[in-house]
Design a protein around this ligand. Sequence first.
Ligand code: NAP
Length: 248
Amino acid sequence: MILQDKVALVTGGTSGIGRATAIAYAKQQAKVVVVGRRIDKGEETVRLIKKADGEAIFVQADVTKEADVKAIVDKTIDVFGRLDIAFNNAGMGGENPSLIEQTEAEYDRTMNVNVKGVWLSMKYEIAQMLKQGSGAIVNMASVVGVVALPNILLYTASKHAVVGLTKAAALQYAKAGIRINVVAPGAIQTDMFEAVTDEAKAYLTGLHPIGRVGTPLEVANAVLFLSSDMASFITGETLMVDGGYVAQ
Ligand code: NAP
């Protein structure tokens, strides 16, 4: 059990990759704080964890709101007394593919969830981890945090920002015992992937040399590794979980 006695927080734990990771953490005996906006889905993740004899609570929060993010960490400390691991996974896609037709609201929405949400989460998580003298954070980017796709340019920009934030924060806190890494998945079979057209699904699937898209569990396993002491000399790293996508 590689996370025994650890307390782990997962933003966007209400579905997809976040839910799979919350369950994977709990199976390694971490106590898990599941975060998201949808109460029914968050409680479902907690139920799934408890069914597998794990321990978890749900905290409803919007990661774009500073008061909400502060409340996540406060609740974690109230209930479990510490915070060892955080997976800052909450994110969204969906934008007009044409830059010249995009709106300021689209820009703000993408950047607020994907970038500000990760920055705010790290701000309060690191403040707590500094008190403890240790911690491990994994942020969620994407293959388009490293390479670009032309028709999702705001999403591409936001995920590049997450990679940059991760590297700079990792350097800032390297001597404080806090490791900060980022995962960069290719297309993964979740609601977000299901939301695209069949044509886009076929195109995205074809970009992966391994010949298929990934599963939430395949990303969760990578996050689990980076969150654990098995990755004790790894910080500021971008781990591709992409079936060979960027190796081409
Ligand atoms: P998903 O099932 O749609 O998950 C998105 C999660 O983000 C949900 O749990 C959602 O929870 C949460 N979220 C969104 N906005 C939020 C907000 N303002 N505050 C709090 N939580 C918020 O899709 P997914 O594929 O698992 O996505 C998870 C992450 O993986 C995202 O960051 C995404 O960019 C990244 N990613 C996905 C793929 C892919 O192909 N699926 C590939 C690379 C990277 P609520 O709706 O309950 O708030």
